[in-house]
Write a protein that binds this ligand. Structure first.
Ligand code: G6P
Length: 596
């Protein structure tokens, strides 16, 4: 998945393209490239790495038409020759692409059995050659013909040196929006990338193929929607977005709950508008990555509070496994970005089978928000750091509110306790962050983990998902190998990894699993491993058996992941800092994964 931007107007555009690309870096930052189109043909500049590296290569120019790309590598290594735009053999047709061409190898073999004509290892270059092969002077006809050969997904922008003043775009499975400013047209992978310059956007649909040129708004105005830029994220006084986002969590949780959960009960617009969602036979939550961990906690909340069978499924498996879809169940897509390809595909599958769908998303204008039958926004605000933090806690709080909404009235004892604990969460998060932000224990735990170059994370019940999230966060930020297991499974294999000094991070809230966790801690200690215990500050018994304690405040056991994840967030962030790594943009990752 990658980010695309294009511009047709009457002012110099290289700066606009670079700015748009930097806003799209959350979709990948392996390489970046730009193509400027003018009467003298195409000027292409490409660089491995960030848009900042590309900027220094882009000449001052008067070009008013251009296209750009920021890449997350699928086919081909991180080399300039694999960076977009890709050209045909003559260099007169340039293509930027987001998506994956599944039959690229077959097409490549058919186009040039020796492979000598290809400069890159990418699937995209095949498209450039296909267009060139079909081109006899009519760009749109050539694009259509080339697309006829493709299997897979694409958001495409194509420039022809023979046709300065125009770009050609096509969408199938990868998002593209057109944005309209003052006699100028943008195209981009998302609307926020061009938000500063446009006030109307058109979300392209699968199968769309069109030409963009100045003055085209009239022809497509029927599909345009007014558009407002979202709140801009800036780092403020913080040294990286991740710290800022960790520290924002008290406010974020207040935003997620305000107007929904109060002393009077729970009020959710999605359930008022869709009362039948309360009568579902079961709930299936679909998500990937950190959102999957939040969804797993959410499923437990729904079962415990609403007494409706609930399960979290990995959207990446659901979208291709061909699972049975129960039309009487409610399918909930949980996603920060609202654009994760697998989550969107899973949602479409459930919807296609006639089930009710709900999107629990952070990004209001996203594909999942638009396609689900109803939406429940988590209101975390823009999350910029690739490693998700505030979206995770906001998702759990929102799913807690949903569990209460699904439970309805009269409230059970558990529901009352969860509602009160939800209302107290922002303060509990604030107090836990205070305990952790300058904690010497966090730094010490990081040293142990970095020195051992391994850590095992253990938890039971909802805390298992915190262990999994802690392990995910640590490996994505610090590249330290680590495992996460349900603590009861430790004896069945992971215990073999333990030796003297191995750091083992255990999550031990005061819940029904605590006694068994204490037994697991004893087993870990018996092998000489070091126990880093995440527990409540006054839990002297756990502290007595631990080598280090990272505290979190107490709350209802169903909601403890909102608090116990905070030490995990600090651990991962500090470990990355200790190793001198880029906290906000770890290697190989992207904030939004728009390919299968
Ligand atoms: C990527 C991000 C993760 C995120 C996951 C799911 O892997 O790096 O932080 O949890 O996608 O994204 P979503 O936007 O659907 O929550």
């Amino acid at each position: 998945m990658c980010g695309i931007v294009g511009f047709v107007g009457n002012r110099p555009c290289s700066g606009l393209l670079l700015e748009g690309l930097s806003r799209l870096e959350y979709r990948g930052y392996d390489s970046a490239g730009i193509g400027l189109l003018g009467p003298d043909g195409l000027v292409i500049r490409r660089a491995v790495g960030r848009v900042a590296a590309l900027a220094s290569l882009v000449p001052e120019s008067e070009h008013t038409v251009g296209l750009g790309h920021t890449r997350w590598a699928t086919h081909g290594g991180l080399e300039v020759r694999n960076a977009h735009p890709h050209c045909d053999r003559t260099g007169r047709i340039a293509v930027v692409h987001n998506g994956i061409i599944d039959n690229a190898d077959a097409l490549r073999a058919r186009l040039d059995p020796t492979g000598a004509a290809f400069i890159s290892d990418t699937d995209t270059e095949v498209i450039a050659h296909l267009i060139a092969q079909a081109y006899t002077g009519d760009p749109m006809a050539a694009l259509q013909q080339a697309i006829g050969h493709l299997q897979g997904t694409w958001g495409l922008v194509v420039a022809f040196a023979d046709h300065p003043g125009r770009l050609f775009v096509a969408r199938y499975g990868s998002p593209l929006v057109l944005g309209f400013g003052d006699d100028e047209v943008f195209v981009a992978s998302d609307a926020q990338a061009i938000a500063r310059w446009v006030d109307q956007v058109v979300h392209l649909e699968d199968g769309d193929q069109l030409e963009i040129r100045q003055g085209m708004f009239a022809s497509i105005a029927c599909r345009a929607v007014p558009f407002h830029a979202a709140e801009e994220a800036d780092m403020g006084v913080h040294r990286c977005f991740m710290v800022k986002e960790i520290l924002e969590q008290p406010r974020v949780l207040t935003n997620a709950l305000v107007g929904r959960v109060s002393d009077r009960g729970v009020q959710l617009a999605c359930l008022v508008d869709h009362p039948s969602m309360r009568d579902v036979s079961s709930v299936v939550l679909l998500a990937c990555g950190t959102s999957f961990h939040a969804a797993s906690v959410g499923a437990r909340l729904i079962e415990r509070v609403a007494h409706i069978p609930a399960v979290a499924k990995l959207a990446s498996e659901f979208s291709t496994d061909g699972p049975m879809v129960d039309p009487r169940a409610l399918y909930i897509a949980v996603s920060q970005s609202g654009e994760t390809y697998d989550t969107l595909e899973a949602l479409r599958r459930a919807k296609g089978c006639g089930a009710a769908t709900l999107g629990v998303v952070n990004t209001v204008d996203s594909s999942i928000a638009r396609e689900a039958d109803a939406g429940l926004f988590v209101h975390a605000g823009p999350e910029v750091a690739v490693a998700s933090t505030k979206a995770f806690t906001a998702q759990i709080a929102t799913l807690g509110a949903l569990a209460l909404g699904l439970a309805g009235k009269p409230e059970s004892g558990v529901a009352v306790a969860v509602r009160k604990s939800l209302m107290a969460l922002p303060d509990a998060v604030e107090s836990t962050l205070e305990r952790l932000r300058d904690s010497a224990a966090v730094t010490m735990a990081c040293r142990w983990i970095v020195d051992a170059n391994y850590a095992l994370f253990l938890g039971r019940g909802p805390s298992r998902h915190v262990a999994e999230e802690g392990s995910l966060k640590l490996k994505e930020l610090s590249y330290v190998p680590c495992d996460a297991y349900a603590a009861g499974e430790m004896k069945h294999g992971p215990i073999a990894m333990l030796k003297k000094g191995t750091p083992v991070v255990v999550v031990v809230p005061r819940d029904e699993h605590r006694t068994h966790m204490l037994a697991n801690i004893a087993e870990v200690r018996a092998r000489g491993a070091r126990v880093i215990a995440l527990c409540e500050p006054d839990d002297v018994e756990v502290a007595r058996h631990a080598d280090l304690v990272l505290p979190f405040d107490s709350t209802h056991s169903c909601l403890s992941p909102v608090l116990s994840v905070l030490p995990m967030q600090f651990l991962a962030f500090r470990a990355a800092e200790l190793l001198g790594l880029d906290v906000d943009k770890p290697r190989n990752l992207a904030k939004s994964v728009t390919v299968a």
